[in-house]
Design a protein around this ligand. Structure first.
Ligand SMILES: Nc1ncnc2c1ncn2[C@@H]1O[C@H](COP(=O)(O)OP(=O)(O)OP(=O)(O)O)[C@@H](O)[C@H]1O
Ligand SMILES: [Mg+2]
Length: 259
């Protein structure tokens, strides 16, 4: 429950292309960490390396070290499926399974893991996850309706429910609000603030106000030019990154003077 991540000199490749170079950072447990930086600097790539989703692409690999509370998640003896259960991910576009009911969507992670659970256990999991995602009240009377019958903001919270149903230690969110209206965005931001009581939360966002509002720490990634690797330029308390950054590029980016 809520584990720390330590990356040490992590490089992330697509075949021969080094997309992210030499990231060393500690992502705190029970905190929200934001990744910011211009398009193409490797935020998604780095995030996907944190739960071994990166390597599902042909030729994609990492070097360096990545520890979850001191355990090397890239140890050859570690099953990547287990890693993805411990480190869950929520995507930019809410992606509920459209033909599955709301209830089935929440349980989808269990089905994928092949776990056998009783009806009453399943009921408990569904209610707990939907309450955790702040969606229970809106859907409790229609759990058997398709996931696609929900609004965009509700679908995103359904995906968060699906992620927390399997009790991860870490929740990764890649621009979770980019397709949402301001009210749904605030609902998800409120939820993020609650989730950090129990989980390690990492969020990618292009919205500076959002990073400032929800995160405790912020990492600024940047890229020196096309074809060059993305790097973690500066990583600090969010207030420092926004008010008193060390690096000129960070200052330019957070103040909107970038490119
Ligand atoms: N499947 C892939 N195969 C090869 N290169 C890729 C692949 N996905 C991304 N890249 C490259 O890796 C680099 C980093 O991309 P990434 O998607 O991580 O950036 P990002 O910071 O998330 O950008 P954005 O803010 O636009 O989402 C880019 O040069 C991109 O073209
Ligand atoms: Mg991205």
């Amino acid at each position: 429950m809520s584990k720390r991540i330590d990356a040490k000199d992590l490089n992330v490749y697509y075949g021969d292309f080094l997309a992210v170079e030499g990231v060393t950072m500690t992502i705190d447990a029970q905190a929200v960490t934001a990744f910011i930086g211009p398009s193409g600097c490797g935020k998604t790539t780095f995030m996907r390396s944190l739960n071994r989703m990166h390597e599902v692409l042909p030729g994609a690999r990492v070097s360096g070290q990545l520890m979850l509370d001191g355990d090397d998640i890239y140890d050859p003896a570690v099953d990547p499926v287990t890693v993805r259960t411990m480190v869950g991910m929520v995507f930019q576009r809410a992606n509920p399974f459209p033909t599955m009911s709301i209830r089935e969507n929440v349980l989808a992670g269990y089905k994928l893991n092949g776990a056998r659970i009783s009806r009453s256990e399943a009921d408990d999991i569904v209610e707990r996850a939907l309450r955790g995602a702040n969606l229970w009240k809106e859907v409790e009377s229609r759990l058997d309706k398709p996931g696609s019958s929900l609004s965009g903001g509700q679908q995103q919270r359904l995906c968060i429910a699906r992620t927390i149903a399997v009790k991860p230690d870490v929740i990764l969110m890649d621009e979770p609000c980019s397709a949402l209206d301001p009210i749904s965005t605030l609902a998800v931001e409120d939820l993020i603030a609650e989730l950090k009581q129990e989980y390690t939360v990492v969020i990618v966002t292009h919205n500076m106000q959002q990073a400032a509002r929800v995160s405790d720490k912020t990492g600024f990634f940047n890229i020196a030019g096309t074809g060059k690797p993305g790097k973690l330029v500066e990583y600090d308390d969010t207030s420092t990154i926004f008010n008193n950054p060390r690096d000129q590029a960070t200052e330019d980016y957070v103040s909107g003077r970038f490119g």
